[in-house]
Ligand binder design. Structure first.
Ligand SMILES: [Zn+2]
Length: 101
């Protein structure tokens, strides 16, 4: 198993890496403002760890986007409702502890 090399970084670098990694998804999806995006881009240019996580996240997002959209069938909600509806006689609010244990 690969060791987390991020833990070997200095506290300042570790903190910066954590901040960048929290922003990676927003960076990929274009939700960061230009200043934040430039900060992430600059960090990725010099940090192998974050660059690798960026590549993996981008690849994962790309794979997810290739999945077909599946619409739930018509009877999907009724199946869920039937599964979560208490069966007769098992309604918890009617349950009482025995008088003697
Ligand atoms: Zn980093």
């Amino acid at each position: 198993m690969e060791q987390n090399s991020l833990l070997n970084e200095t506290p300042e670098r570790f903190s910066l890496c954590l901040r960048v990694q929290e922003q990676l998804q927003d960076y990929i999806e274009g939700y960061l403002d230009s200043v934040a995006a430039e900060a992430v881009r600059a960090h990725l240019a010099v940090c192998v760890i974050c660059q690798r996580n960026y590549d993996e996240l981008r690849q994962t997002i790309r794979l997810i986007e290739t999945l077909p959209f599946m619409s739930p069938g018509r009877d999907y909600s009724s199946a869920i409702r039937a599964a979560i509806t208490p069966k007769t006689g098992t309604q918890w609010w009617k349950w009482r502890p025995p008088l003697r244990w």
